[in-house]
Design a protein around this ligand. Structure first.
Ligand SMILES: CC(C)(COP(=O)(O)OP(=O)(O)OC[C@H]1O[C@@H](n2cnc3c(N)ncnc32)[C@H](O)[C@@H]1OP(=O)(O)O)[C@@H](O)C(=O)NCCC(=O)NCCS
Length: 178
């Protein structure tokens, strides 16, 4: 399902049972970024609905039955050409081994299979490693957008265009014969 993972890692789609295990790793994996406020912010970003309704466009990577990385994303309902990465993280013990890149590449492939050619995501201005990672993957970063996600919740936004010649015909259009 996901190519180029280091040995010993396996990938699958997200399941509802992953909700609490993913919540449990957030503070450690984010290094306590932004203290208690950051902890609350991160937990509120992952209510149960993501684990019920966005499973087929989201992934978990496991090592010895434990969660080693995850990516939660979805297809935009509003913008037919867009897919969105909502939240992604990799166990710090595995940083720098290409796991994050592999997760994003897998998400890009799913997005393209649904005819999506544009991927967006956001991160906190304080999260410099996330910003460096996204830029390295080819995303274009915005300037800091004050209050983007609500009062006091500034964000940097990212976008990337996927190669158009690799975009497949969306399943719905296939059935409509257009
Ligand atoms: C950001 C994160 C997902 C990157 O995952 P990762 O598996 O370490 O990244 P990869 O090894 O796939 O790196 C892909 C590229 O980004 C670069 N990169 C990754 N982290 C970087 C950093 N902190 N600074 C500079 N470059 C970085 C790598 O060097 C690599 O470049 P290369 O392919 O040219 O060698 C991971 O650090 C993480 O989970 N951080 C905490 C949670 C977080 O911030 N999530 C993202 C916001 S929601």
């Amino acid at each position: 399902m996901i190519a180029d993972l280091p040995p010993g890692l396996t990938a699958r789609h997200l399941m509802d049972e992953d909700h609490l295990p993913v919540l449990a790793v957030l503070d450690r994996w984010w290094g306590g970024l932004k203290g208690q406020a950051g902890s609350t912010e991160r937990a509120l970003l992952l209510p149960r609905l993501y684990f019920d309704h966005f499973t087929t466009t989201s992934f978990v990577v496991e090592r010895d039955g434990e969660i080693a990385a995850f990516l939660i994303g979805f297809l935009s309902q509003t913008e037919p050409g867009t897919a969105y990465v909502h939240f992604a993280g990799v166990d710090p013990a595995l940083h720098g081994q290409g796991v994050g890149r592999a997760l994003y590449q897998a998400f890009f492939a799913i997005a393209q299979s649904y005819g999506r050619h544009h991927v967006r995501c956001v991160t906190s201005p304080e999260n410099s490693s996330s910003q460096a990672f996204h830029v390295r993957l080819g995303f274009t970063a915005s300037a800091v957008k004050p209050d983007y996600d609500g009062p006091g919740l500034d964000r940097v936004t990212f976008s990337i265009e996927l190669p158009v010649d690799a975009v497949a015909v969306p399943p719905a259009e296939r059935y409509l014969g257009s």
